[in-house]
Design a protein around this ligand. Structure first.
Ligand code: SAH
Length: 260
C-alpha cells in the first residue's frame, strides 16, 4: 500500500475541476494538458496523493485508481456493470474467499475483476464469453489492474449450449437470455449454490422468474439498486439534481436439494 509511485504504474491525475485522467508512468513520459505539461519524473518515487504542478503552474493530484475508478476509465468493448451494482452483486451472490465462480458473458471484464478480488488467491473465476475479441479485451483490462498472477480462466463459448464444468459455488450472469442457462446451472452448481442475473429490462426479469419458478431453484428475489448522490456546500445540502435513474435489475436464486 505504502509503495511509492513507480515506472509502469497506472495512475489517475485529478485536476482542479475534478476531471480525471488515467495514464501509465514511464521514465520519459509527459502528461500534456491545456494548462501545461507535467513530466512523469516529477511523480516517480513520490507517495500517492502527491500534488504536482504543470509547467504553467496548475495543480494535479496523483493517485493509483481504486477498482471503481479503474472500471470507469478502462477501455470498453461491451457495456460494463457499474460499481453501484457491482458491490451489491458481491453480497447478494455471497461471493466469498475461496469460491469457485462461473461468470458469463465476460464483456469488458468489470465484473470479472470485482469477482477476482472477492474470491482471492484460493478461489477461481471461470468466464464464458461468446466473442473472442471481447474475451481478449477483458483479459487485458483485468491484467492491467490485477496483474497476470490471477486465478482466471476465460473460455470462448456459448453458455446457452451447456456448462461443461462442475463444483461451481456461484454463477453470475450478464447476458440477454439468462433463462436459457437455468437447466445447465442446475447441473453444475453445488447444493446451496447461488445464481445471480443482471438484466436491463423488466420483461427479461419476468421471463427469467417464470423459468426459475419451474426449476430446482428457490428463494427467488428481484430488485434494483438506487444510488442518489448529494450536493454538500455550506448550508446548501440537498440531493443532486441529476441521478442515474436506471442501470439494471438483479435477480438471485438458490439451488435447492431434490425433494425426497
Ligand atoms: N458484465 C460485463 C459485461 C457483459 S456484456 C462487464 O461488467 O464488463 C454481455 C456479454 O455477454 C457480451 O460480451 C456478449 O458478447 C456476451 N454474450 C452474449 N451472449 C452470450 C452467450 N450465449 N454465451 C457467452 N457470452 C455471451
Amino acid at each position: 500500500m505504502a509503495r511509492p509511485l513507480a515506472i509502469g504504474d497506472t495512475i489517475l491525475l485529478e485536476d482542479n475541476k475534478r476531471r480525471r485522467h488515467m495514464l501509465t508512468l514511464s521514465a520519459e513520459g509527459e502528461f500534456h494538458t491545456h494548462t501545461g505539461v507535467l513530466p512523469h519524473s516529477l511523480l516517480i518515487g513520490k507517495p500517492e496523493g502527491t500534488v504536482a504542478r504543470t509547467t504553467r503552474g496548475s495543480k494535479l493530484t496523483a493517485f493509483r485508481p481504486t477498482l471503481s475508478e479503474y472500471i470507469l476509465k478502462m477501455p470498453r468493448g461491451a457495456q460494463v456493470i457499474y460499481p453501484k451494482d457491482l458491490g451489491p452483486i458481491l453480497m447478494l451472490a455471497d461471493i466469498f474467499p475461496g469460491a469457485r465462480v462461473l461468470e458469463s458473458g465476460v464483456g469488458s471484464g468489470a465484473l470479472t475483476m470485482t469477482l477476482l478480488r472477492a474470491v482471492g488467491a484460493s478461489g477461481s473465476v471461470l468466464g464464458y464469453e461468446i466473442r473472442e475479441d471481447f474475451a481478449a479485451t477483458a483479459r487485458k483490462n483485468v491484467e492491467g489492474f490485477l496483474g497476470t498472477d490471477i486465478p482466471l480462466e476465460i473460455e470462448v463459448r456459448d453458455i446457452y449450449e451447456g456448462i461443461p464444468a462442475e463444483g461451481i459455488d456461484r454463477i453470475v450472469l450478464d447476458l440477454p437470455e439468462p433463462w436459457r442457462v437455468v437447466e445447465h446451472a442446475e447441473q453444475c452448481l453445488s447444493p446451496g449454490g447461488i445464481l445471480l442475473s443482471y438484466l436491463p429490462t423488466i420483461g427479461q426479469v419476468g421471463l427469467l422468474r417464470e423459468r426459475l419458478e419451474d426449476s430446482a431453484f428457490g428463494m427467488l428475489e428481484s430488485l434494483e439498486v438506487l444510488h442518489r448522490t448529494w450536493h454538500v456546500e455550506g448550508q446548501s445540502i440537498r440531493p443532486d439534481h441529476r441521478m442515474v435513474a436506471h442501470t439494471g435489475f438483479l435477480t438471485h436464486a438458490r439451488l435447492l436439494a431434490p425433494i425426497e
